[in-house]
Design a protein around this ligand. Structure first.
Ligand code: AMP
Ligand code: MG
Length: 347
């Protein structure tokens, strides 16, 4: 299959391209498209055959359900049984990087939800994503547009690398602003539980829900078990070919460890404002400054760059498992296979 590739800068000006992409979706084909979190691999959420093509293109295990994307929060009603708290969450955080799991309606085939009787619903904020869903006239099932197990794509070039010849079309809407996948929650009697952390944080959810809990497997993936609340928890994820060495230390301890261990075939991930401290080692940039937002935005591209540059190992300072760093922490421990080098700490 020849994969068509188009740059879409303005959904109105580029409406003919979007109309063609929407036609592919309606016909049961696959389109890679930008969202504010990572690039998605979209297909009609109303077709089991189209969903099956997503699993085949990604090499994704068929019990790992897909997130279904809608153009407006109220369209969730068409695919899920929506409780009032959804609208409270929607008012504050949608469109945006929040996915809510709810009981599914029968129009969503089992092949989309991995056989579960629930469906994960998200309303993305990216204008190209919203325009594509609206033009398609169907909800769009979309996981991240990477080969299963590889770092998620945060630029159209990453999608092309993983999916060229496997899907009908890729829409390039520029680099993703957030860079990590959406927060996934399930609703509980008195609030919600975070199954996958993202840019909508525990604190932000606590502005709407009385009780917000974080699933144990978010911090320690080994606790996911065989039948986790979210099937994605049990799979190895986000891993580059390079070995990810996470170092849990203070700043001085991290720098000393890296200087002692990092060879010329390896690299260290640091923000630009710290790079000079690590010369002459090979440095991969995780943003201009050492903030959760910058590191989140750049981390997946950095992991891919490590492979492109043939790095055998990449040393990364372990972020705290809390607040706006929690999503980054969760992706990094999974990319490292759970191995952490602890320095000067007793636990
Ligand atoms: P991805 O599509 O790569 O962003 O991954 C989607 C994530 O959402 C995976 O971790 C899935 O396990 C999770 N997910 C999707 N649908 C459900 C559902 N119905 N119940 C629980 N988790 C879900
Ligand atoms: Mg994914």
């Amino acid at each position: 299959m020849k994969t068509e590739f188009y740059t879409v800068t303005d959904p109105v000006r580029d409406r003919e391209i979007l109309a063609r992409a929407a036609e592919i979706i309606r016909q049961g084909g696959l389109v890679g498209f930008p969202t504010e979190t990572v690039y998605g691999l979209g297909a009609s959420a109303l077709s089991a055959d189209a969903a099956a093509k997503i699993y085949a293109a990604k090499g994704r295990p068929s019990d790992n359900p897909l997130i279904v994307h809608v153009a407006k929060p109220e369209e969730a009603e068409q695919i899920a049984c929506v409780p009032p708290v959804f609208y409270k969450l929607a008012q504050k955080y949608m469109p945006g990087p929040l996915t809510v799991i709810m009981p599914k309606r029968s129009c969503i085939p089992d092949g989309v939800t991995g056989g579960l009787d629930t469906v994960a619903v998200r309303c993305p904020a990216h204008p190209v994503a919203r325009a594509l869903i609206a033009a398609s006239g169907v909800p769009i099932a979309a996981p991240s547009a990477n080969r299963s197990g590889c770092p998620s794509p945060t630029a159209a070039a990453h999608v092309l690398r993983d999916m060229d010849g496997r899907i009908e079309m890729i829409l390039d809407g520029g680099p993703c602003e957030i860079g990590l996948e959406s927060t996934v929650i399930r609703l509980t009697e008195d609030g919600c539980e975070i199954l996958r952390p993202g840019a909508v944080t525990e604190w932000m959810l606590s502005q709407v829900c009385d009780v917000v809990t974080v699933a144990k497997a978010v911090i320690d993936p080994s606790l996911a078990g065989d039948k986790p609340l979210s099937p994605g928890m049990k799979y190895k994820h986000y891993a580059p070919a390079a070995e990810v060495v996470l170092v849990d230390a203070d700043e001085a301890g991290f720098a000393a460890y890296v200087r002692d261990h990092c060879t010329t075939e390896e690299a260290v991930a640091v923000s630009d404002d710290k790079a000079v401290e690590f010369a002459p080692l090979r440095v991969l940039s995780c943003g201009m400054h050492d903030t959760a937002e910058e590191q989140s935005r750049t981390m997946f591209a950095l992991l891919r760059e490590a492979d492109d540059r043939g790095c055998k190992k990449i040393y990364i300072h372990l972020p705290p498992a809390e607040g706006s760093y929690l999503a980054l922490y969760n992706r990094l421990i999974r990319a490292s296979g759970g191995k952490i080098v602890r320095i000067g700490k007793t636990h």
